[in-house]
Design a protein around this ligand. Structure first.
Ligand code: ZN
Length: 134
């Protein structure tokens, strides 16, 4: 048996941020530890995990738009698979996040949500979640 939980994430577009906040909150509640750390890890090279505003969806749209400007899909990359931009964007945002747990709940700011960031979809993806008491 794995000592972590696996969330399956199905994406529908090449670039897509999937809000996992409520799923991860439910998981933390089910595990039921009062204090600790929730570690989130995406075992992929063209996807990332980020924490940002989930109240106004235009924030995510702006992030996606600016990442596209910063790292265009076509730019004479050496990586021949054709998805170099996705690898670079995943590298910029990173594959993991830590969130503290207090009183049995994730410690997130009022406007913060946890997003899985797809940069080379649509694909079937996974997020590994390790909840550590302490
Ligand atoms: Zn590639």
């Amino acid at each position: 048996m794995d000592n972590y939980n696996v969330l399956d994430v199905k994406t529908s577009f090449r670039t897509q941020f999937v809000d996992l906040t409520s799923q991860i909150k439910q998981l933390v509640a089910r595990v039921g530890i009062p204090k600790g750390i929730c570690y989130l890890y995406a075992p992929h090279t063209t996807a990332a995990i980020t924490i940002n505003e989930n109240a106004d969806p235009s924030v995510v749209q702006d992030i996606i738009k600016q990442l596209d400007k910063l790292v265009p899909w076509q730019d004479n990359y050496r990586h021949t698979e054709g998805n170099a931009a996705a690898h670079i964007k995943a590298g910029i945002l990173g594959t993991s996040q830590f969130v503290l747990i207090n009183d049995g709940q994730l410690v997130l700011g009022t406007w913060q949500g946890i997003f899985f960031c797809e940069f080379d979809g649509p694909r079937q993806r996974k997020v590994l979640v390790k909840i550590i008491a302490g």
